[in-house]
Design a protein around this ligand. Structure first.
Ligand code: SAM
Length: 295
C-alpha cells in the first residue's frame, strides 16, 4: 500500500463529497445508492464481521470504496462487485493504493458465486460484507444461503424492517418464510442500529447491521429440505388460512386436506393451527411426516 493512502481515506464526509464532485458523480436511485459517512458504523461492521488476514471477503456494492478501504486493511483479499459503471473510475482512484482489492463491474445477482469461491478464494469460505442496496436484500441473501455457496458469515446493512423479519419468532407479525430460511441456515444477530443521517443521500428508512453466522450443517434436521421450504412458502402465501387449507390449496404441493390433517395428528398438533404458529423445528417435523406418506 502506498504512503499517501490517507489522501484518499474516505470516511471523512468532506473527502467523500470532494471525490463525488471531482468525478461529477450523480446518485442513481435505482441502484439503492446511499453511501456511508460514519466511521463508528464502519468500525462496528468490520468488528462484527470478524475479518482477519486469512479471510477472503466479498463486498457487494462498494460505492466509492469507503468500506472497501477498511476491508482491505483487515482482510487477505477483497473482491468488490459494483454494478454501476460510473463508479469504476472512482474506485480505480480511491482504491489505487489497496493492492489486495479486485473490483468487478457486474450485477451480483448474475454472478456464479460458487465459481468465485473456487477460483478466487482458493476454496476458502467467503465472508460477505455489504451496505446492501435495499432492493436486492432478499434475493441475494436467499441465493447465498440456499445455493450453498461456501460462506462462513454474512454481515450486512439492511432496512430495519427486514432485519426484524429475519430474527422474528413464531406468532409475531414479522415471522414468515424469510425468518425461517435465515434461521434454518444461520444464526442472526443485530449488531448496530443506524439512523438515516449516517448516509449521503439520507435514506427514507432506518437501517440495521445484521450478522448471519452460517452453520456448517443446519442445526435442524429434516429429510427433504426442498419439501420443507415448499411447505413453508405455501403456509405463508396464505398466512391467515389454517395450514390444512393453505397446504392443500397450494399448486407447489400435492397434498389433500386429509393428508395434512393426518400429519398434524401424528405430531399432536391442532387441526386449526396456522403456519405462523410453527417453530422451525415443527416445520421440519411436519415436512418429515408429509414426506413419509410417499405421495
Ligand atoms: N458500500 C458503499 C457504502 O457503504 O458507502 C455503497 C453502498 S450503497 C447502499 C449500494 C451499492 O451497491 C451502490 O454502490 C450500488 O451502485 C451498488 N449496487 C446496486 N445494485 C447492485 C447489484 N445488483 N450488484 C452489485 N452492486 C450493486
Amino acid at each position: 500500500m502506498s504512503e499517501d493512502k490517507n489522501f484518499t481515506k474516505l470516511i471523512n464526509p468532506a473527502v467523500t463529497t470532494a471525490v463525488l464532485n471531482r468525478f461529477d458523480f450523480h446518485f442513481q436511485k435505482r441502484y439503492g445508492q446511499n453511501f456511508l459517512i460514519d466511521s463508528h458504523v464502519l468500525d462496528k461492521i468490520i468488528s462484527a464481521a470478524d475479518i482477519t488476514k486469512e479471510d477472503f471477503v466479498l463486498e457487494i456494492g462498494p460505492g466509492i470504496g469507503t468500506m472497501t478501504q477498511f476491508l482491505s486493511e483487515a482482510a487477505l483479499k477483497v473482491m468488490a462487485v459494483e454494478i454501476d459503471k460510473n463508479l469504476i473510475p472512482v474506485l480505480d482512484h480511491t482504491l489505487e493504493a489497496y493492492e489486495n482489492v479486485q473490483v468487478v463491474n457486474e450485477d451480483i445477482l448474475k454472478m456464479d458465486l460458487k465459481e468465485v469461491s473456487k477460483n478466487e478464494a482458493d476454496g476458502k469460505k467467503i465472508k460477505v460484507v455489504a451496505n446492501l442496496p435495499y432492493y436486492i436484500t432478499t434475493p441475494i441473501i436467499m441465493e447465498l444461503l440456499e445455493s450453498k455457496v461456501p460462506v462462513s458469515s454474512i454481515t450486512v446493512m439492511i432496512q430495519k424492517e427486514v432485519a426484524d423479519r429475519m430474527q422474528a419468532k413464531p406468532k409475531t407479525k414479522d415471522y414468515g418464510a424469510l425468518s425461517l430460511a435465515v434461521q434454518y441456515y444461520s444464526k442472526p444477530k443485530v449488531v448496530a442500529c443506524v439512523p438515516p443521517n449516517c448516509f449521503i443521500p439520507r435514506p427514507g428508512v432506518s437501517s440495521e447491521v445484521i450478522t448471519l453466522e452460517v452453520y456448517d450443517e443446519p442445526v435442524i434436521k429434516v429429510k427433504d429440505e426442498k419439501l420443507m421450504f415448499r411447505i413453508i412458502r405455501a403456509a405463508f402465501n396464505q398466512r391467515r388460512k389454517t395450514l390444512v387449507n393453505a397446504l392443500s390449496n397450494s399448486s407447489e404441493l400435492n397434498v389433500s386436506k386429509d393428508h395434512v390433517k393426518a400429519a398434524l395428528v401424528k405430531l399432536s398438533m391442532d387441526e386449526r393451527v396456522r403456519g405462523e404458529a410453527l417453530s422451525p423445528e415443527e416445520f421440519a417435523l411436519l415436512s418429515d411426516a408429509i414426506s413419509e406418506m410417499n405421495l
